[in-house]
Ligand binder design. Structure first.
Ligand code: PBG
Length: 324
């Protein structure tokens, strides 16, 4: 039997029919906008490697929140950059620390009309840039780090965070945070676990965004090896056992297979982080006129959704929300 002529192409012949049969629709409801707030600056600072993204002051952050809400974007995730960094990242749990103040600012403007997620880690707050306590031999102390994460979770919840998102890849971090939140009465605050987070080169521009340099070191002793897929499923299952309400895969486009398999093994909501390098590559090639930025952004974000993600953390949130 021969394949009938035009059998598949006839369903692609105009925009209306393509829309009618589309299997995946990217929507503003899919987006979480990552935002940076920095202590002790008087004006928002552009981040060179993330064109269009800024380190905000508390004031400029409030204006950004207004714009995000006007666009109908349902969520943000906040990262703080303190003026003083130290060995343990103590500003991360200071009740008056920059991110706690910013969470409270956002909450006062947005109320329950925006999901305020808070990234929980210490790398933006430590002078060495690692996500945990560094031992004398250079290794990362998992359990000492968990004690810090518990304090941060409570401080962020107290400030008004709606979702706590631990990104440090310590073992047992979800259980530790869940206990800390439950013990302090924050039973209704969900945890979005960065479960399958790879030791990716695509976080480069983020380092500029949070003023971290990791010269001569990397995070491969705690973030995942990109050669592994089954290991990611173990990470996800462990986080679910520990009480994660939602899980995340990060980065996104290089890890669509991980998202798709995660979708097979769990019914909890799955987030995917389209990270700084994924954004910058599109911006850089777009800036040179080599690709159509918006088309490639929509194509990638749609692919992430098609692979099984329920929502996407993306620096494109505002720009693409405007054109959807
Ligand atoms: C850790 C954290 C990182 C990112 C989000 N949370 C950096 C890292 O783990 O190296 C990267 C996000 C991005 O590249 O956009 N707090």
């Amino acid at each position: 039997m021969t394949f009938p002529l035009h059998r598949l192409r006839r369903l692609r012949k105009n925009g209306a029919i393509r829309r009618l049969i589309s299997e995946t629709t990217l929507n503003v409801d899919d987006f979480v906008a990552p935002l940076f707030v920095r202590e002790a600056i008087t004006e928002a600072q552009p981040i060179t490697s993330l064109p269009g993204v800024f380190q905000h002051t508390r004031e400029s952050l409030k204006r950004e929140i207004d714009e995000i809400m006007n666009l109908g974007i349902p969520g943000i995730i906040l990262f703080g950059i303190p003026e003083k960094k130290d060995a343990t990242g103590s500003e991360a749990w200071n009740p008056d620390g920059i991110v706690q103040q910013a969470i409270a600012d956002c909450k006062s403007i947005a109320g329950d009309d925006l999901v305020i997620m808070s990234d929980l880690c210490v790398d933006e707050y430590t002078d060495h840039g690692h996500c945990g306590v560094v031992n004398d031999d250079g290794s990362i102390d998992n359990d000492l780090t968990l004690d810090l994460y518990k304090k941060i979770a409570v401080a962020q919840a107290h400030a008004g965070a709606d979702v706590i998102a631990p990104s440090g890849m310590m073992d047992g971090q979800v259980a530790a945070i869940r206990n800390a939140l439950d013990e302090t009465g924050y039973l209704d605050i969900p945890i979005l676990a960065y479960s399958a987070k790879y030791a990716s080169g695509l976080y480069g521009p983020f380092r500029e965004a949070v003023n971290v340099s990791l010269e001569n070191s990397d995070r491969k002793s705690y973030q995942q090896d990109w050669r592994n897929k089954r290991e990611a499923m173990n990470e996800i299952k462990a986080d679910l056992d520990e009480g994660a309400d939602m899980i995340m895969v990060k980065p996104a486009v290089t890890y669509l297979d991980i998202i798709a398999q995660a979708r097979e093994i769990t019914d909890v909501p799955i987030g995917a982080y389209h990270v700084s390098g994924e954004y910058s590559m599109i911006k850089a090639a777009g800036g040179k006129g080599w690709i159509d930025e918006k088309q490639v952004a929509i194509e990638q974000l749609t692919a992430v959704k098609r692979s099984g993600a329920n929502f996407i953390l993306t620096y494109f949130a505002k720009e693409i929300a405007e054109c959807l």
